[in-house]
Design a protein around this ligand. Structure first.
Ligand code: SF4
Length: 384
């Protein structure tokens, strides 16, 4: 358990990445906090382990393209590279405050299937040793003043045709068969940054999905320039609001709450808008059709120590008694050891519990919850 959190000083972001640009337009505060707070100090762990499996795929393909598996990629060499990157992903997750998702081998479903997919994709990659040149892997790209930046997964030139390509471990098309708008914006930004960095426009922008299918991203030079312009405006807005620094309370105007954005946000316990909403409603629900997740707050009625470093907490939330099972009594996450309370919560403590699932999916007003692996408990001080 951790004492409810307020980040001390927040820095104005200096630049904006292509992958962050669309998210920043949805909630500026989240962008500012993501830029300013080290991952290991964020208030919550990542909402899923899939970011690590995605990076694992990228790094493996990058290694193949760079020639780390030799000119002829054998399954044995590929497996060795995969395992090496998997080990480093596990370490990265630990360093990022994502120990709840360890081991990644167990928390990512169908990891072996993903490895086989990666092997197929990697086998078709051209091998080269340079980071720059006509073909290259993850080249650094930036606009003229270095405020908008990014790394596209690969640049390939063949028969005079220059393609920027990004690999995605999920789907890249929406239900209408159109490229997802976040990915489209990201690729438009890459195109314009490529022009600024290498002095040449690409001929095509391509997204490769988890089945190895390539989707073309239609673009014009005007739309690519516009995408970078908008990213830069977003950055400037954030910079002007933040000024020389301050606390999140002073940035309440930057918050744009929506369950779609907040569910992925690791700053919920430190966000003034979200904290206010949670304390007023007692519970915030994130309903994504195939899964439901809740954040709850209430006063502890009683706890039950299960004797396996897990406990049950019954909290009073409005007129309801809510029971949460499987909370971890071990401190595995927090901004500093000083924040960690070693005992179970006491009756009367006000708790904020993040990331629990209803015991029965279809209950409209669930009273019984199970803690997910990333469930995190904070004690809310009375002065908050
Ligand atoms: S919790 Fe929601 S409103 Fe607050 S910073 Fe995160 S995304 Fe923005």
């Amino acid at each position: 358990m951790f004492t409810y959190l307020r980040y001390p000083t927040i820095e104005a972001p200096k630049r904006i990445g292509a992958t962050a640009a669309t998210g920043a337009q949805r909630c500026l505060l989240r962008f500012v906090l993501n830029s300013s707070v080290a991952e290991s100090k964020m208030a919550l762990p990542s909402s899923s382990p899939y970011r690590y499996s995605g990076t694992l795929v990228h790094k493996t393909i990058e290694s193949v393209r760079r020639g780390d598996c030799g000119d002829h990629v054998t399954p044995e060499r590929l497996l060795a590279v995969w395992e090496e990157h998997l080990d480093s992903m596990e370490q990265e997750a630990k360093d990022n405050g994502d120990a709840c998702w360890l081991p990644i081998r167990e928390s990512v479903r169908q990891l072996e299937r993903l490895r086989l997919w990666t092997a197929r994709l990697a086998a078709g990659q051209p091998v080269h040793s340079g980071k720059s040149g006509p073909t290259s892997t993850e080249p650094w790209l930036e606009n003229e003043d270095g405020t908008v930046v990014g790394r596209v997964d690969s640049v390939s030139a063949s028969d005079g045709h220059l393609a920027l390509r990004d690999f995605k471990t999920g789907t890249v098309l929406d239900e209408n068969g159109e490229v997802l708008s976040d990915y489209r914006t990201q690729m438009l930004i890459y195109a314009s940054l490529f022009r600024a960095t290498r002095g040449q426009w690409p001929d095509s922008l391509e997204l490769v999905d988890k089945r190895g299918t390539t989707a073309q991203v239609a673009f014009t030079t005007e739309s690519a320039i516009e995408a970078v312009k908008q990213a830069k405006e977003t950055l400037e807005k954030a910079r002007s609001e933040v000024g020389a620094g301050g606390s999140p309370e002073s940035f309440a105007a930057l918050c744009s709450m929506s369950t779609e954005t907040c569910v992925q946000c690791r700053h919920r316990p430190a966000c003034p808008a979200f904290s206010k909403s949670l304390s007023e409603q007692g519970r915030v629900e994130f309903d994504q059709n195939t899964w439901r997740k809740f954040d709850l707050t209430g006063q502890v009625e009683r706890t039950l120590d299960l004797g396996n470093d897990r406990y049950v907490a019954v909290i009073r939330c409005g007129s309801d008694d809510l029971t949460v099972r499987g909370l971890s009594a071990l401190a595995t996450f927090g901004s500093s050891s000083a924040d960690i309370a070693s005992n179970l919560p006491e009756p009367g403590d006000q708790l904020a519990i993040f990331g629990v699932a209803p015991a029965r999916f279809s209950d409209t007003e669930p009273q019984l919850f199970n803690a997910n692996r990333d469930a995190t408990v904070y004690i809310v001080p009375s002065t908050l």
